[in-house]
Write a protein that binds this ligand. Sequence first.
Ligand SMILES: [Zn+2]
Length: 333
Amino acid sequence: MPEYKPQTIEQKWQERWRAERAFEVTEESSKPKFYCLEMFAYPSGHAHVGHVRNYMIGDVVARLKRMRGFNVLHPFGWDAFGLPAENAAIKNGTHPETWTLDNIAHMKGQLQRLGISYAWEREIATCLPDYYKWNQWIFLKMLERDLAYRKRSSVNWCPSCNTVLANEQVVNGGCWRCGTPVITRELEQWFFRITHYADELLDGMAQLGEWPDKVLTMQSNWVGRSEGARVKFALEKSGARGAKSETRGAKSGTQDAERLRILDCAPRIPHPAPRITTGSKYSPPASTPSTAPTSSSWRRSIRSFASSRTHRRIRPRSAPACRSSPRRIAPLA
Ligand SMILES: [Zn+2]
């Protein structure tokens, strides 16, 4: 058996795949469609074996489906927008754009050397205007329809990361990222009126026949439509000590010399409101796209708004071609 030399063998085939655009696909194919999407990588610096393990699984699936005659769309992108990038840039004394794009270029080179079968011509980076202008466009549509609104609300705040944390990101009272004790802070925030869609979402779940019960329960808890409330109250009698009791729904009216004192009141199913931005002031972009992206890029944009789950109500007016991003990130050699 000849010696396996990855530097020559793999490079040879990877160059051929690239030259033949082996993993690029078009929508016109008569083959059955298969969409293989792994989570976008956060460009934290270098790809490590955890990335390799994760992305290999998707690559095996994509390649198998291709061999079985499917028109496989296997795109890749970078989850590259946000405060972690800014914090890292401050730490490294580099501009966030430089730091993030350099990391993307480095990681892209690593993934390409692995020979993963991505349609690189469709690569996106969420920190680039080509991508996030669509998020902004969707947001403006929601604003027009009164589905986004602003109000003051208290949040979990990490004073070290200078960022808001979701309840799930608070671990034993500390920030999941840095462990700093989390404080509560009042902030002006943007909210989505997802409650407008609670019934529709719950109805739609009835169609997810093969999904595990655990997932459906979690999902319905997340949708969080509540019916009734659980009220904890004490019955206070004049001159006598109050007796504690618990019931669903407080009685209205009181008897002579008796008073109901509410100790606690909560919806029977808690429903946290998703937060989309914090602290920063919203200012509309100078130019708003007048047309909508194609279905695939549209879906990608939608994904970043997954928490709103309102896409079925917001349709693009038209669908012109928007296939290639003018800004490409060349991998570092
Ligand atoms: Zn923190």
